[in-house]
Design a protein around this ligand. Structure first.
Ligand SMILES: [Zn+2]
Length: 269
């Protein structure tokens, strides 16, 4: 049976973040201001690896889901959290575009508490009618709605440089590693120039990427220098294709979006 990408959904329903029932609005990923949206081809991640079977859905101005209420989408994401994500990605873009020879690691001032909520909120918007997120549904909801709450325990917000045109949004991936016995669930968001992974290990499996959780602040508006590694550059498909000791399973709401530019093209680093 062919997979179908459902990105619009009903005009009214349960908000993917707060769970309230009411009118729904479209969330745009990445948010306007991060990158200029272009015509996109959406493909399910697993189908991407088998081009002949790929099912392509055209979206004309980026990836949008009608899955959030106006408060979560406009007041909180758009009004409060996204400006931090937009500023952070702009600063990193400026590094990548710079003609200066820069150190391999650069400090980027940002508000980690708000940045994490922006990343999480856009990933939570992925999928239609996807409020339920397992036993931690309410804990995540409260984290998003109350910016003073800490990140749920045993969660990492990894980030790394992603100098590629292709975008990816993945909810509910599970990875098993027979090399270290690790098992983790994760969400993944990639768009130029950064990739983010909300990493939720079931045991002690930790990744080597930098982690926004390691920058605690006493107030959500505290600005701290977050370290960004400009080198080495990770593979475009990191956490999307398994290493030789891993297996990865994707949930139903996992998509990649290619601009009509050539695939795999690395932008200036
Ligand atoms: Zn909501």
């Amino acid at each position: 049976m062919p997979l179908q990408m459902i990105t619009r959904g009903a005009k009214s329903g349960i908000c993917n973040i707060c769970g309230n029932d009411g009118p729904l609005t479209e969330d745009h990923t990445p948010p306007k201001g991060c990158v200029r949206p272009t015509a996109m081809e959406l493909q399910h991640v697993t189908h991407r690896l088998d081009a002949e079977k790929a099912i392509k859905t055209k979206a004309h101005d980026g990836v949008k889901y009608r899955s959030l209420c106006a408060r979560c989408n406009n007041a909180l994401l758009g009004g409060r959290y996204d400006p931090v994500l937009i500023d952070f990605t702009k600063r990193v873009s400026d590094f990548l575009a710079s003609d200066l020879v820069l150190p391999s690691t650069m400090p980027v001032p940002t508000k980690p508490a708000l940045l994490m909520r922006s990343v999480w909120g856009h990933l939570a918007a992925v999928g239609v009618d996807r409020y339920l997120k397992g036993p931690r549904t309410e804990e995540w909801r409260d984290f998003f709605l109350d910016e003073t709450l800490p990140v749920p325990v045993n969660v990492n917000f990894h980030y790394w440089i992603y100098p590629y045109r292709r975008q990816a949004l993945v909810r509910d991936a599970v990875s098993l590693d027979i090399g270290n016995g690790g098992k983790a669930t994760y969400w993944l968001m990639k768009f130029y120039p950064l990739a983010f992974a909300v990493w939720m290990p079931e045991n002690n499996w930790q990744l080597d990427y930098r982690d926004l959780v390691t920058y605690p602040t006493s107030s959500p508006d505290d600005v701290v220098d977050v370290m960004v590694d400009l080198a080495p550059v990770s593979h475009e498909l990191t956490l999307e294709v398994p290493t030789t000791t891993q297996a990865i399973m994707f949930g139903r709401d996992s998509i990649v979006a290619n601009s009509r530019a050539p695939r795999g093209q690395m932008l200036k680093v």
